[in-house]
Design a protein around this ligand. Structure first.
Ligand SMILES: *Cc1c(COP(=O)(O)O)cnc(C)c1O
Length: 400
């Protein structure tokens, strides 16, 4: 169900993927992270804990999610075989619940009564509020003031689920500031609260923890593809915000270099413009939110503002493991613009009757570039990270 014991054995004991990652935090806070790492390692070697996680993923969230052969989409390109990994069919509508259920059970095991979470689009906040309610934990969510207005429906959902939403009015009043506020709160209350981090980011051991719980995606892809096709896919595609759905889809294939892994980051209005979130294409190496990574910078070298049509991809940094896979060429990363994603959103809706999240549409969009270059019988898996109900109203206005 989860992937362990590969030849690929990063991060190292200090949390580095090559020169990326680590834990750049104050000394007394290092102790909190060390305890978290120890408890996590114990938990994942405890079959009872793993059974508990998987039993909720199965009966509560609906795993395994289908690997669906998209016949109409395949016919549209006239070659290859395109499969969609249906993470959109999870409870709460995206892959985020995989990680949240794992971390919430870990919180409980460590004796926490309260969890906190940061959120941009509100998807991670909703997933955290959901898991907290299920497990009888209190939940506080930090969200930028601007995002609270933009993502009103998700704020109502969190409140209905019993969570408390803190409005963050510093900086750009968006996700990056919500992360700062959540980290700050955690540092002040670390003995009683557990921080459920929403993507493959943050200081060590978070990128490793998030990857572990999300690795269920790629592991299922592997088994399902072998079952349906008798061989591994040629390509696995996934969109990249912080990088959790992508690393979850990729990780099972790290010992299979013949499987090409492609991450699609949000180019916004274009990598060459100021309005972009493509930190791998354009970022500089620096420390943000406790780890070394590529970060978008302004002309003075400070953390820049990111932009993407998709709130879930609108983050100026990127998970450290993706920075490493990018620099070593173990995975490939391409930018997708707002326009390309919007067209893919409409295309998938009309061809397959599946309305994708605008984040996931970035991965679907890459088929336009990839399919003309593939061989006739190549198998392409697109990780459909979430469903698009949240985006439908806004995107319809763009499409008319
Ligand atoms: C949050 C979100 C993402 C981006 O986060 P990652 O950590 O990069 O996966 C992508 N798709 C959906 C549907 C999301 O909700």
């Amino acid at each position: 169900m989860f992937v362990k014991n590969l030849n690929y054995n990063l991060p190292d004991k200090d949390g580095f993927f090559g020169e990326f990652g680590g834990a750049f935090v104050p000394d007394d806070f290092k102790k909190v992270l060390t305890r978290l790492n120890d408890e996590f390692e114990k938990a994942i070697n405890d079959e009872k804990f793993l059974d508990e996680v998987y039993s909720l993923l199965k009966d509560y969230s609906g795993r395994p999610t289908p690997l669906y052969f998209a016949k109409n989409l395949t016919n549209y390109y006239g070659k290859g075989k395109i499969y969609l990994k249906r993470e959109d069919l999870n409870h709460t509508g995206a892959h985020k619940i995989n990680n949240v259920i794992g971390q919430a059970l870990l919180a409980k095991r460590m004796g926490a009564k309260k969890v906190i979470a940061e959120t941009g689009a509100g998807q991670h906040g909703v997933a955290s509020a959901t898991a907290a309610t299920l497990l009888g934990l209190q939940c506080d969510v930090f969200m930028g003031e601007k995002d609270i207005i933009r993502q009103h429906l998700n704020v109502e959902r969190m409140k209905l689920l019993g969570a408390k939403v803190h409005s963050v009015d510093t900086g750009t009043k968006t996700l990056s500031d919500a992360c700062d506020a959540a980290i700050d709160y955690w540092i002040r209350h670390s003995d009683e609260v557990f921080y459920i981090l929403g993507s493959a980011v943050g200081p060590h051991p978070y990128p490793k923890i998030v990857r572990f719980f999300q690795s269920v995606i790629g592991n299922e892809i592997k088994h399902q593809c072998l079952e349906k096709e008798g061989r591994l896919p040629n390509y696995v595609l996934a969109c990249i915000g912080g990088g959790s759905n992508a690393i979850g889809a990729f990780h099972a294939f790290m010992d299979n270099p013949e499987v090409k892994l492609i991450g699609l980051e949000a180019a916004g209005e274009g990598v060459e413009t100021e309005k972009t979130a493509a930190s791998l294409a354009k970022g500089k190496k620096m420390i943000l939110h406790g780890k070394r990574q590529y970060v978008l910078c302004d002309k003075d070298g400070n953390v820049g503002e990111s932009y993407s049509i998709s709130a879930g991809l609108d983050y100026p940094g990127c998970g450290p493991e993706h920075c490493y896979l990018h620099d070593t060429g173990l995975a490939k990363y391409e930018p997708i613009t707002d326009d390309e994603a919007v067209q893919a959103f409409a295309r998938l809706s009309r061809l397959e009757g599946i309305i994708p999240a605008i984040e996931s549409a970035h991965a679907v969009a890459y088929l336009e570039k990839l399919m003309p270059t593939t061989s006739a019988d190549d198998i392409v898996v697109v990780n459909l990270s979430g469903r698009g109900d949240k985006d439908t109203e806004r995107l319809l206005q763009l499409l008319v």
